[in-house]
Design a binder for this molecule. Structure first.
Ligand code: 5GP
Length: 334
């Protein structure tokens, strides 16, 4: 347990609002004079993916102005830094709230400002703008344009785009031209794929191809995927962002033992352990590594290698990868 916490780590799949801690939630509720709200205590009741999405809606009620967006981002970065995450890619959906005057632009700028204000910490932070598949292609286009613009303006803090939101809503294929456009703008693609079984949609999206896959829960043939999906991901070596607790609580995976991590890991496929929504699922990246170690019987060195290997799949350039590798090598167990 101690090793997983002290080991330098990489977090590549963390939704800002889902990562909000209990402490930050209470702080924001107090500020908004809504201390009586039970918001933060409903977490125990999450049992399905639907419940998770209900929880995000509740969090968004608190995270409704640029000040809150700044605070949440700033606190989340500090929390990851405190458990020795050395490189962090945060993702978030640009949101506007008319009642408070928050615009999407204002939202993105608040997140970037929080990232910049954390530069005294020993952690490199990048920002992925999220496309919510519930919001339609026009909004997605707008998000990609924002990402392209801020990639330059933020001096490379904005680094890519994601596809997320309720996987049972809409058709991801509608967004293919938008993601093509993102690629052309030099943005990386981290797409939630096959969270629920959907062979045709997943196959079409894989052909983009994404730089990384979020979850990929239903790629394998025995859980609603197919050999074609499995082989495509495997031969193209598309890295998987795997979130153990999130999948088990959201019930897209029955239990840790049956998590698809083991199958891909055994094939030597690039796997990155991530938290997804550490606030909503009440976890930390260190705990996720511990769960992997315990469930799949991984030695301390194997755990270190998993963390070290994640560096290959970050969206930042080679110089940052080299810098991280040197740092991580110093921590290699004997
Ligand atoms: P935000 O984008 O507001 O910072 O974080 C919350 C949002 O992230 C949710 O509304 C949802 O769109 C997305 N999200 C968080 N966790 C998951 C997940 O496990 N699956 C999918 N598909 N989307 C998620």
């Amino acid at each position: 347990a101690e090793f997983c916490c002290e080991m330098p780590k990489i977090e590549l799949h963390a939704h800002i609002n889902g990562s909000i801690s209990e402490t930050t939630m209470k702080k924001l509720l107090k500020k908004k004079n809504r201390e009586g709200d039970k918001l933060s205590f409903q977490k125990d009741q999450i049992a399905t993916l639907d419940d998770c999405f209900h929880m995000f809606k509740l969090i968004h009620q608190v995270s409704d102005d640029t000040e809150a967006a700044y605070t949440i981002t700033y606190d989340v970065i500090h929390e990851f830094a405190a458990e020795n995450v050395k490189y962090l890619e945060l993702r978030s959906t640009p949101r506007e709230v008319k009642a408070t005057g928050m615009t999407k632009l204002g939202y993105v700028e608040a997140v970037i400002k929080a990232i910049q204000d954390c530069n005294d910490l020993d952690i490199i932070v990048k920002f992925i703008l999220a496309v919510d598949r519930r919001n339609g292609v026009d909004v997605a286009k707008e998000t990609v344009e924002l990402a392209a613009k801020y990639k330059t303006l933020s001096n490379g803090i904005v680094i890519g785009v994601d596809l997320s939101g309720d996987p049972t809503v809409g058709d991801a294929r509608d967004y293919i031209p938008v993601f093509e456009q993102a690629k052309q703008a030099g943005l990386k693609l981290a797409l939630h794929l096959a969270e629920v079984p959907n062979i045709e949609e997943t196959l079409a999206m894989l052909k983009l191809p994404p730089n990384r896959i979020g979850h990929g829960t239903c790629l394998l043939p025995d859980v609603g995927g197919s050999d074609e999906l499995k082989d495509y991901v495997y031969t193209h070596k598309i890295p998987l962002e795997l979130c153990l607790t999130s999948n088990v609580i959201g019930q897209t995976v029955p239990n840790f033992d049956n998590h698809h991590f083991s199958n891909w890991y055994k094939r030597n496929h690039p796997c990155v352990i991530c938290t997804d929504d550490k606030g909503v699922f009440n976890t930390t990246l260190s705990e996720e590594y511990q769960i992997a170690a315990k469930t799949f019987n991984l030695s301390v060195d194997k755990i270190w290698q998993l963390s070290f290997g994640s560096i290959d799949h970050i969206f930042a350039e080679e110089d940052i990868k080299e810098q991280l590798r040197l740092k991580f090598l110093q921590f290699r167990p004997l």
